[in-house]
Design a protein around this ligand. Structure first.
Ligand SMILES: Nc1ncnc2c1ncn2[C@@H]1O[C@H](COP(=O)(O)OP(=O)(O)OP(=O)(O)O)[C@@H](O)[C@H]1O
Ligand SMILES: [Mg+2]
Length: 412
């Protein structure tokens, strides 16, 4: 019989027990140990073998017929993507690529060779197990193009986390997040916090003209159980003119390394913050870092911004592919077009047709008002509530906070 290092013989047949049979392909023993440890308590996932290189991965995939293969990209012989491509051309196995690269181009390549999931290292137990389960659950799917959201109202729970995100930097994430947070506060009179999750160079405090030395950094290292009401109260600061709270970005850019190497740090902060506010609006950083993926994953709704530039539109297409790769539901995304102006030669309805998604809101370009409001530190929804851009933000706030439509079958 064909035996391979790391394959397990003589154990009860896991498939008969309804388990997800996992083959790990990884040349670093310590990473294999970490993956095993993270999966230790996951009773439905069973590691059936470990392959230290691409060629053995192909052989073991054939012998063991695993349900899921967790494949590192950097392997000593054949790289992980080539091995994945060869495996999926022969057999019906789900491949999840692991990499330290959170580069969307890389993620796209992984999807193109037939991978069904993508894990950015380091990951935590929750992300690992969820990625494996979700990929496995979709094993009979076609793996074809992502189904695009059509802008239907999404269910809104009592406490809602909204990530404001742009797949391309500079598209207006911070301006929109700050004004949206204030508009939601004005509409709902609920407790609203703006969280600046731009770990290097976050500027939400500048837009709100808040001078504070307290930041998200004060909550780090407190551990998942160590953040309490008092530490949150000390870290956030009130924006008096609007009544929203701000958790500002770290003062030192080095903090980004800590957060991106501590997969649970941002999660623990957002979990605690969510307990103290009805709405968390998260100004989310553009690169697909651990922190950004955590925010996108935890968010109930994602406001994804594009402008009418082809490069920005291209990034949105990539963004939906990345969401699919990391198993984040694209249905929770509301696509919003910022800086709308007829001058640009591309119309929003052309973008909608190309992306097959309807915009949830169109925010007009208003250079004078936006720049003046940034320079004065007074968000435009406060300074000029009647301006078209302010009204567009209020409309977006209404849509995001609207209760889900009642099921007509339940009406009496
Ligand atoms: N609707 C708009 N009309 C005119 N100018 C705008 C509009 N939205 C954003 N801007 C301008 O775009 C610039 C970038 O906005 P902002 O800082 O919010 O983007 P960002 O996506 O947060 O950028 P970064 O990636 O640097 O965090 C701002 O300086 C602002 O002047
Ligand atoms: Mg920003």
């Amino acid at each position: 019989m064909n035996q391979h290092p790391g394959s397990m013989q003589g154990a009860p047949n896991p498939r008969a027990l309804g388990l997800i049979r996992l083959l790990i392909v990884e040349d670093h023993g310590d990473t294999v140990d970490i993956v095993r440890r993270l999966l230790h308590f996951e009773r439905d996932i069973k590691v059936v073998g470990v392959a230290p290189n691409g060629r053995q991965a192909i052989a073991m995939a054939n012998d063991l017929q695993p349900d899921v293969i967790l494949m590192d990209v950097n392997l000593p012989d054949l790289d992980g993507l080539s091995a994945a491509e060869q495996i999926v051309s022969h057999q019906n196995t789900i491949i999840i690529i692991m990499s330290v690269q959170a580069d969307p181009v890389y993620m796209e390549r992984a999807m193109a060779v037939g991978a069904r999931g993508y894990l950015v290292k380091p990951f935590n137990a929750d992300r690992l197990a969820t990625t494996i389960r979700k990929a496995y659950a979709r094993r009979d799917g076609t793996g074809g193009p992502v189904s695009m959201p059509l802008g239907q109202p999404q269910p809104v729970s009592l406490r809602t986390m909204i990530s404001v995100y742009s797949p391309k930097g500079g598209a207006g994430t911070s301006v929109v997040a700050a004004n949206l947070a204030i508009a939601i506060r004005q509409l709902t009179r609920k407790r609203v916090a703006l969280v600046d999750a731009n770990l290097q160079g976050g500027d939400a405090h500048i837009l709100l003209n808040i001078k504070t030395q307290s930041s998200i950094d004060d909550l780090r290292g407190n551990g998942p159980h160590g953040i309490d009401q008092e530490s949150v109260q000390n870290a956030v600061i009130m924006h008096e003119p609007s009544g929203i709270a701000l958790l500002r970005a770290p003062l030192k850019p080095e903090a980004a390394d800590y957060f991106n190497n501590s997969p649970d740090a941002m999660r623990a902060i957002l979990v605690e913050m969510r307990d103290h506010f009805d709405y968390l609006i998260v100004d989310t950083d553009t690169p697909y870092s651990e922190t950004t993926l955590t925010v996108l994953e935890m968010a109930d709704q994602v406001v994804a911004l594009t402008t009418l530039e082809v490069s920005s539109i291209h990034r949105v297409t990539q963004f939906f592919r990345v969401l699919e790769g990391v198993q984040i539901a694209s249905e929770k995304v509301s696509l919003v077009c910022n800086r709308v102006d007829t001058y640009y030669g591309i119309r929003p309805n052309q973008v909608e047709a190309q992306l097959r998604v309807r915009f949830r809101a169109l925010l007009p370009e208003d250079n004078r008002l936006v720049v003046a409001s940034i320079n004065q530190g007074v968000p435009f929804v406060l300074a000029q509530r009647g301006a078209p851009i302010s009204r567009a933000i209020v409309t977006l706030a209404e849509r995001l906070t609207a209760p889900p439509p009642t099921d007509p079958r339940r009406r009496s």
